[in-house]
Design a protein around this ligand. Structure first.
Ligand SMILES: Nc1nc2c(c(=O)[nH]1)N[C@H]1C(S)=C(S)[C@@H](COP(=O)(O)OP(=O)(O)OC[C@H]3O[C@@H](n4cnc5c(=O)[nH]c(N)nc54)[C@H](O)[C@@H]3O)O[C@H]1N2
Ligand SMILES: Nc1nc2c(c(=O)[nH]1)N[C@H]1C(S)=C(S)[C@@H](COP(=O)(O)OP(=O)(O)OC[C@H]3O[C@@H](n4cnc5c(=O)[nH]c(N)nc54)[C@H](O)[C@@H]3O)O[C@H]1N2
Ligand code: SF4
Ligand SMILES: [Mo]
Length: 725
């Protein structure tokens, strides 16, 4: 039997896995088993149901070979890799002639390995000279990135998981950690349970399993987080609980901040948030009385038109009280995807370059031009198209070639009807994924089969900056190829042979780490060989460093990455939701996740145990609201927003705040009829992070008649039918 140490390819917790089985000549994976790796520093042997069952999805419904078609209404025809790559290269050249390089566009994913990300940046931003590479992290972590940059001068979560066991007060806001980062939550929960003085506060309009475990649950109204955070600051200042010395020596903007929070007295804040003054005061008291406070957040904060401002408002509280750079303290964004962190390091958003660099910074562009041996001025100084800007570009005929990899925008983008209409306009779409069918395959002209976890070797960085190696341990399924290798081959065929001489992904990583040298995310001392020998390694890890003397936390010396080394208070008022409720659309819809499923179900929908755990979509509604619209436990609701419609069976529960309804994001067109959450959402963006407000829109509800319910439940989704639209 072989035992392979690897990383779970689902969430950003980044649990170490041990996969045990026997490699056989027919590539049969049925005998392989997965268990937690006790030696992994982040997860210490724990796994959740997703990690434990991952192997079951690896060889089901895989895309086996490249496929092509001229038009979306035609069936796909199998083709060879050579023919598919020649076609792609010819199209790229044609688009460059007709529209210039900015007519090309790639949309990638936090599920890429760092080597995939890096190769794509070199091809697009370097060789082709367009910054049109964005990733699904734009829908996920980009507000955390811009919040950190605004406050600290650089990205990078400053905390580590050891803080979970050292904190005196965990402040969880806009995160359902128990279901979405289960092993982080296990570690925190254990600490909380065994130390009575440790406090846990959860801020979420839903009483989630996370909130169930808290000492204090603040069920605030969606879109009121900044009022709450400024209200806490108001009380801390009123009580004189700020750390004056830290503020004076290490921050800027305090005076303005103190003036701002005068506008947030307790009564006003309680009223905006829909909570009691007493609960607000208790929260501020926990903050002020705890020797260490650790904030954690994810999509309930980031996915908002004020996402960056919300992140800054959280960080403000840490600056006010000097709760940073020490054990058990700090503002900790929990990364969603397994390698969204690696994506940030490799420059995988349309405004970034590898090594935490920015396309708008002349020195940063010059660094990369020199390193990649490109002519001066080759890298564009304009940020490329962010996720939603791809839809606008397609609508305006500005995109000639769209290349989508490792993400399923035909389910996960906001305003799906508009998104789908835009995808249908694309002159040429390449879709590179491991599975078939997937909702987005319906919008592709070329399908490229990608290898995935277990059959490709590469690195991923988790939420606490640990880089782990995920080695290939069996043959690729079908004719699938590694993402980085596909990008490199296209680069060579376009005439950039000298830039893509990589024989394997270890060489790609070795090149990448060189440009992280002396940058905040310095990992120039890490290599595939080191990760194999010594195991997961946390950055910063410069070439000269010893493993043992690396700081686990950033900013222990209180020197921030700004010009004067000081962190900055953000000055932001609470603007509320981008789409407020009104008489026509009186409810706030919020959309999120369930413990067992992963996003659009490409893997988890194909795992029996998980399907049984979450058999169908539903809508959560408060008993008071249910009574008002005359819904019973057996009802189905039609949900309409200004953009679309969906239908769900009802779940009446006090776990949701009155006036708010919740639906899971997991059911796209392949998995249920009319249950796409994003047919309802809107694409309004945060002006800085360009992240859409996927967490909230205004809807109205109608109870379906018995006749409508039976018609709805009879309509079975024909997978192939959906795919040839
Ligand atoms: N099981 C599972 N785990 C996952 C994933 C998955 O698909 N399935 N995906 C991974 C990814 S990529 C991500 S990004 C993370 C996401 O992890 P989370 O952010 O924890 O998950 P969500 O359910 O999207 O949203 C979290 C909570 O935000 C709350 N919320 C909504 N509006 C507001 C608001 O205005 N204010 C506040 N304070 N809260 C609000 C919702 O009620 C919800 O409970 O999970 C990762 N882990
Ligand atoms: N309303 C609403 N919408 C949301 C959200 C929300 O909370 N509310 N959350 C948003 C967030 S945070 C996220 S992260 C997105 C997620 O949305 P998506 O990224 O669209 O969802 P996934 O189902 O994770 O799609 C990942 C795809 O990558 C493929 N894949 C896996 N590994 C590999 C590989 O190595 N190579 C290649 N080429 N393919 C691979 C999988 O088969 C799968 O098809 O959804 C966003 N949309
Ligand atoms: S907590 Fe996240 S990384 Fe860990 S096993 Fe579960 S899905 Fe995988
Ligand atoms: Mo995400």
């Amino acid at each position: 039997m072989d035992t392979v140490k690897t990383l779970c390819p689902y969430c950003g917790v980044g649990c170490g896995l041990e996969v045990v089985g026997q490699n056989n000549s027919n590539n049969d994976l049925s005998g392989w088993k997965v268990r937690g790796d006790r030696s992994h520093p982040s997860s210490q042997g724990m796994v959740c149901v997703k990690g434990a069952t991952i192997i079951e999805s690896v060889d089901v419904d895989r895309l086996m070979q490249p496929m092509v078609r001229d038009r979306l209404d035609q069936p796909f025809q199998p083709t060879s890799w050579d023919a598919a790559l020649d076609l792609i290269v010819a199209k790229i050249q044609q688009v460059r002639r007709n529209l210039g390089s900015d007519g090309l566009c790639m949309y990638g994913s936090g599920q890429f390995q760092t080597e995939d990300y890096y190769t794509a940046q070199k091809l697009f931003k370097g060789c082709l000279g367009t910054n049109n590479f964005d990733a699904n992290s734009r829908l996920c972590m980009s507000s955390a990135v811009s919040g950190y940059v605004q406050s600290f001068g650089a990205d990078g979560p400053p905390c580590c998981y050891d803080d979970l066991e050292q904190t005196e007060c965990a402040f969880l806001i806009g995160t359902n950690t128990a279901e979405c980062h289960p092993i982080v939550f296990n570690r925190l929960r254990k600490h909380h349970k065994s130390n009575s003085q440790v406090k846990m506060i959860v801020v979420d309009p839903r009483r989630t399993p996370t909130a169930e475990a808290a000492d204090l649950h603040l069920a605030i109204q969606p879109g009121s987080d900044i009022a709450l955070l400024n209200g806490i600051a108001h009380l801390l200042l009123q009580w004189g609980k700020q750390d004056q010395a830290f503020i004076a020596q290490h921050t800027n903007g305090f005076e303005e901040f103190a003036t701002l929070v005068k506008d947030y007295p307790p009564e006003r804040v309680a009223q905006i948030c829909g909570i009691t003054v007493e609960d607000l005061e208790t929260t501020a008291r926990y903050w002020s009385e705890s020797a260490s406070v650790l904030s954690m957040w994810s999509m309930g904060i980031n996915q908002s038109t004020q996402g960056t401002a919300k992140v800054q408002a959280i960080i403000n509280l840490h600056l006010l009280t000097a709760q940073i750079g020490k054990p058990g303290a700090g503002p900790f964004s929990l990364t969603g995807q397994p390698n969204a962190m690696g994506g940030r390091e490799a420059g995988g958003l349309a405004h970034l370059l590898p090594g935490y660099r920015s396309v708008t910074n002349p020195q940063h562009r010059a660094d990369l031009e020199w390193f990649w041996r490109l002519p001066v001025g080759q890298i564009s100084d304009r940020p490329g198209r962010s996720a939603w800007d791809i839809v606008r570009g397609l609508e305006n005929n500005e995109i000639g070639l769209l290349w989508i990899a490792a993400t399923n925008p035909a389910v996960s983008f906001p305003d799906l009807e508009r998104t789908k209409a835009a995808l249908r306009r694309s002159p040429f779409t390449i879709y590179q994924d491991a599975y078939y069918p997937i909702e987005t395959s319906a919008y592709a002209h070329v399908l490229l089969p990608a290898t995935q976890w277990s059959e490709k070797t590469g690195t991923m960085t988790n939420s606490e900056r640990f880089v782990s190696l995920c080695p290939a341990f069996h043959q690729p399924i079908g004719e699938s190829r590694d993402d980085w290798a596909i990008f490199a081959e296209v680069g060579r065929r376009l005439g950039f042979g000298d830039k893509f001489r990589f024989a394997n992904s270890a060489q790609v990583y070795a090149e990448f780490v060189k440009i992280t040298r002396d940058r905040p995310c310095d990992q120039s001392g890490i290599s595939h060989a080191l990760l194999t020998e010594a195991g997961p390694t946390q950055w910063p890890h410069p070439a000269s460093s010893q493993r043992s003397n690396q700081p686990k936390r950033l900013y222990q010396d209180y020197r921030f990455n700004t010009a004067d080394g000081r962190a900055k208070f953000g000055i932001n008022h609470n603007n509320g939701l981008s789409e407020a409720t009104d008489d026509a659309y009186p409810f706030v819809l919020t959309v999120g996740r369930l413990y067992g499923h992963w996003h659009t179900q490409t893997r988890t929908g194909r795992i029996k145990k998980i399907q049984q755990m979450h058999p169908q979509p539903f809508i959560e509604i408060h008993p008071r609201d249910a009574e008002e619209i005359a819904a019973t436990a057996e009802s189905w609701l039609e949900v309409k927003s200004r953009r679309g419609m969906a239908r769900f069976p009802v779940k009446i529960t006090k776990a949701i705040a009155p006036g708010v309804v919740f639906v899971p994001m997991h059911w796209g067109a392949l998995w249920a009829e009319d249950a796409e959450a994003n047919s309802l959402t809107h694409p309004d963006l945060d002006p800085i992070s360009l992240q859409p407000e996927l967490k909230a829109c205004a809807v109205r509800l109608r109870v379906l008649s018995n006749l409508e319910v039976s018609a709805q439940t009879d309509r079975k989704t024909e997978m192939s039918g959906t795919l040839t639209q």
